[in-house]
Design a protein around this ligand. Structure first.
Ligand SMILES: NC(=O)c1ccc[n+]([C@@H]2O[C@H](COP(=O)([O-])OP(=O)(O)OC[C@H]3O[C@@H](n4cnc5c(N)ncnc54)[C@H](O)[C@@H]3O)[C@@H](O)[C@H]2O)c1
Length: 135
C-alpha cells in the first residue's frame, strides 16, 4: 500500500502512529554518516525499538556492494517480510534503501524520511529507486 507524503511538523508523529497501528515484525533505519549525526537523533525520539545501519555518505556508495551490506544487515537481524525499513537521508539513501527493501525477500515495507530538498520533491516521491552500476 502506498501512502501519501506527509509534510511538515506532523510527519514524525504520523510515522510513529503508522508504526503503532501497523507494527512491523522488526524495524530498521538506514542512514548515512551525515544524516546519522544530524537527523537521526530527532527521528529516534519517535521510534520504537529498532536497528540502525550507517553507510558512508555520497553518490559513490549507491552501489550493489553497499546493497549487499544492507541485505546482510537485514539478514543478520532476522528481518522477515513483515519488517520495515526507514530510509533517512537524501536521494542516495532513499534510492539505495528503496532498492534494497524492494528486493529483500520479494519486498519489505519501506518508508522514506527524505532529508534533502531533492529527495523531498523527487527522489523519495516517485517510487523509482535505483543503484549505480559501473561496467
Ligand atoms: N529515484 C528517483 O526518482 C530520483 C530522482 C532524483 C534523484 N535521485 C537520486 O538522488 C541522489 C541525489 O540526492 P541528494 O542530492 O539528496 O544527494 P545525497 O543523498 O548524496 O545527499 C547530499 C549530501 O547531503 C548530506 N545530507 C543529506 N541530508 C542532510 C541533512 N539534513 N543534514 C546534513 N547533511 C545532509 C548527505 O549525507 C550527502 O553528503 C542521486 O543519486 C540521484 O540519482 C533519484
Amino acid at each position: 500500500m502506498r501512502i501519501s507524503p506527509i509534510i511538515g511538523p506532523a510527519a514524525l508523529p504520523a510515522l510513529a502512529e503508522l508504526l503503532h497501528q501497523s507494527p512491523p515484525s522488526r524495524l530498521f533505519v538506514l542512514a548515512d554518516t551525515n544524516t546519522a549525526r544530524d537527523c537521526y537523533p530527532r527521528l529516534q525520539l519517535h521510534l520504537p525499538a529498532h536497528q540502525l545501519l550507517t553507510i558512508e555518505a555520497g553518490e559513490a556508495y549507491k552501489t550493489l556492494e553497499t546493497c549487499g551490506i544492507v541485505w546482510s544487515w537485514l539478514t543478520a537481524y532476522q528481518a522477515d517480510r513483515h519488517a520495515l525499513l526507514i530510509c533517512l537521508g537524501g536521494g542516495v539513501v532513499t534510492d539505495l534503501g528503496g532498492f534494497c527493501a524492494a528486493t529483500y525477500k520479494r519486498g519489505i515495507r519501506c518508508v522514506g524520511v527524505p532529508t534533502t530538498l531533492l529527495a523531498q520533491v523527487d527522489a523519495a516521491v516517485g517510487g523509482r529507486p535505483a543503484l549505480t552500476f559501473r561496467v
